[in-house]
Design a protein around this ligand. Structure first.
Ligand code: FAD
Ligand code: NAI
Length: 466
């Protein structure tokens, strides 16, 4: 394929979408290059997203368990002392190991890493730094960046008003942190600093946290976070933010309008969403436009409106999740190689890695109801033997199925290991399972996953342990 061009495929961006696409295309026998502007491979996810946030969540979970009495409850008396520098060092170490791992995989699969930011000259010609690279197919996998809050200036170096990247690297534990946005980032990173000793207030524009998730889950999550000591200001908007010395002053008021009040904090985390990275890519040179949300529209083969140019990951519509980007990376490479690449966009699990974890796949109860008659089975974690034994009573599992066919339409969990539990639900849904299929599948005892079986049994009103 590459005769006329330097490469069969040039991938722009080496995040979970781009690096996976590049590796899969190379595995399929294509000549591949991947352009990346960052110093290291792995994109947002490995450098400043999924991985460093999980490193801080995991470490802070231990600290919290020692500090809040959870360990003492099991007969382990400890008084924890925080070594924040060391906690950061293990985060940096995790990131370093994994980004180097991608470098190794590129070498192993003979993917050429082109260092620098890429910009289209024409549909098959891209400038990467000082180099010009031509390719038969170009895949845009440039990901996303933080959405700014108008009038609020982010300065990660000062560490007073920060985005998620700054919030991962705070040099000391804030006394008071205000999180603007009660979504995934706000709750995960807000949890990290709350566990380490900060007083955390979450200001969320909507009436509930976690938009897009099942309403029962959103309400239960709010109860749990409040119980943990987070202050939640729902239905509230920030109208102003100023910094004087080391203190930020936020003006907040009801989302509906009316009177405002001021909150002072030594750290403000802005986490109100992310937007696709398309600026500087030279899309105008190839006549490729973006939709109203700034995303690049594609068809099911990830083809854009420009011949030879495809796009995947956060830069196209759909949930901004690493595993969604990865699956699209595999699929786009398979299409380019002449195979059929499949991503089932109806079955993409989402996980919030708080304590407990919050996970879901498929339709919410609200969305399922809009489509037709449904049955719902729910089972509380308080009645699950393993969760009870582990002192983890919070949460529940909910299974939603079609009333006529019993096909599972959605599964939602709040449980300490919900992120792991949701995999079986996704697999069941991928195979078109009914709630009865799950109910009659033997689950090991004692496991948290038995709660999924019991919730499936509850769809027909017959759970055993409730
Ligand atoms: P990205 O990972 O954003 O990678 C795009 C890459 O392209 C970047 O490295 C960028 O430097 C590069 N690039 C951009 N423009 C150019 C250009 N012109 N030329 C060359 N290179 C360019 N998702 C999960 O599923 N699980 C999680 O636990 C999770 N945690 C997260 C935590 C945080 C704090 C954040 C911010 C995000 C998290 N996400 C998580 C989301 C996840 O990181 C993204 O969905 C995922 O990284 C998207 O992958 P991508 O390949 O589309 O883009
Ligand atoms: P988000 O979309 O999850 O949440 C943003 C929240 O901010 C929403 O609840 C929204 O209503 C609120 N908001 C918007 N404007 C506001 C305003 N002016 N004032 C107050 N609240 C406002 O976005 P977030 O948390 O920034 O995360 C970005 C993306 O990163 C998400 O799409 C998510 O998929 C991904 N991510 C995934 C993780 C995971 O899978 N565990 C972890 C972290 C991020």
């Amino acid at each position: 394929m590459a005769d006329k061009y330097d490469y069969d495929v040039l991938v722009i961006g080496a995040g979970p979408g781009g690096y996976v696409a590049a590796i899969r295309a190379a595995q399929l026998g294509l000549k591949v290059a991947c352009a990346e502007g960052r110093e290291t491979l792995g994109g947002t996810c490995l450098n400043v997203g999924c991985i460093p946030s999980k490193a801080m969540l995991h470490a802070s979970e231990y600290f919290d368990a020692a500090k809040n009495g959870a360990m003492a409850e099991m007969g382990i008396d400890v008084t924890p002392k925080l070594n924040l520098d060391k906690m950061h060092a293990q985060r940096i170490d995790a990131v370093g190991g994994l980004t180097k791992g991608i470098e190794f995989l590129f070498k192993k699969n003979k993917v050429d890493w082109k260092k620098g930011y890429a910009s289209f000259v024409d549909a098959h010609t891209v400038k990467v730094g000082d180099e010009t690279v031509t390719a038969h197919e170009v895949v845009i996998a440039t990901g996303s960046s933080v959405t700014p809050l108008p009038g609020v200036e982010i300065d990660n170096d000062k560490g007073i008003v920060v985005d998620s990247t700054g919030a991962l690297e705070l040099k000391s534990v804030p006394k008071k942190m205000v999180v603007v946005g009660g979504g995934v980032i706000g709750l995960e990173l807000g949890s990290v600093w709350r566990r380490l000793g900060a007083e955390v207030t979450v200001v969320e524009f909507l009436d509930q946290l976690l938009p897009g998730m099942d309403m029962d889950v959103r309400k239960e999550a709010a109860k749990i976070f409040k119980k943990q000591g987070m202050e939640l200001m729902l239905g509230t908007k920030v109208t102003d933010c100023s910094v004087k010395g080391k203190t930020a002053t936020l003006t907040v008021g009801s989302a509906a309008g009316g009177a405002t009040t001021e909150i002072k904090a030594d750290c403000v985390l802005v986490a109100i969403g992310r937007r696709p990275n398309t600026q500087g890519l030279g899309l105008e040179n190839i006549g490729l436009s973006v939709n109203q949300r700034g995303q690049i529209e594609v068809d099911h083969e990830f083809r854009t409106s420009v011949d030879g140019v495809r796009a995947i990951g956060d830069v196209i519509p759909g949930p901004m999740l690493a595993h969604k980007a990865e699956d699209e990376g595999i699929a786009v490479a398979e299409w380019i190689a002449g195979d059929t690449g499949i991503v089932n966009h109806d079955v993409i699990p989402g996980v919030v890695y708080t304590w407990p974890e919050i996970a879901g796949v498929g339709l919410t109860e609200e969305a399922a109801k809009e489509r037709g008659d449904i049955n719902v089975g729910k089972f509380p974690m308080a009645a699950n033997s393993r969760a009870k034994t582990n002192h983890e009573p919070d949460g529940f599992v909910k299974v939603i199925s079609d009333a006529k066919t019993d096909r599972v339409l959605g599964v939602w969990c709040i449980a300490s290991v919900a992120g792991t539990m949701i995999a079986q639900a996704a697999q069941a849904m991928e195979f078109g399972a009914t709630s009865e299929d799950i109910a009659y599948t033997c689950h090991a005892h004692p496991t948290h996953s038995e709660a999924i079986k019991e919730a499936a049994m509850a769809v027909t009103g017959k759970p055993i342990h409730m």
